[in-house]
Design a protein around this ligand. Structure first.
Ligand SMILES: [Cu+2]
Length: 124
């Protein structure tokens, strides 16, 4: 009888230990994925170009804050959306690109046809 009781207590202890060790993580899921993000991207254009094209990765609903400074007058075009950004030498221009459709949108300096980068928009 006493042996049965010991066995029962041991069994319960082992099961309780297993449950504690294996219970699912109840911490809330990381919800950063579902919160829209804003990225700031700076383009310092010298003689119509930048050192290397930038890749900006967004998900639907995200925003890219685009900051431009050019040492010469220039015009930047974001292909695929109707965004033209005239730049005056030395004057900072800011534009918000809100990701409303998936795709790849290249940024180009029109006079020099230099690629400043590409905005890639992915589904959320
Ligand atoms: Cu263009």
């Amino acid at each position: 009888m006493r042996r049965n009781l010991t066995f029962l207590i041991l069994t319960v202890a082992v099961l309780a230990g297993l449950w504690l060790a294996m219970k699912p993580d109840t911490a809330p899921a990381n919800n950063a994925e579902i919160v829209a993000q804003t990225q700031t991207v700076n383009f310092d254009i010298v003689s119509g170009s930048t050192p290397e094209p930038q890749i900006i990765r967004l998900k639907i609903g995200d925003t890219a804050q685009l900051n431009f400074v050019s040492d010469t007058d220039a015009a930047v075009h974001v292909h695929g959306v109707d965004m033209h950004i005239p730049l005056s030498a030395g004057i900072k221009e800011q534009r918000e690109f809100v990701a409303t459709q998936t795709g790849r949108f290249s940024l180009e300096v029109h006079d020099t046809e230099m690629q400043l980068g590409t905005i890639e928009v992915y589904p959320r």
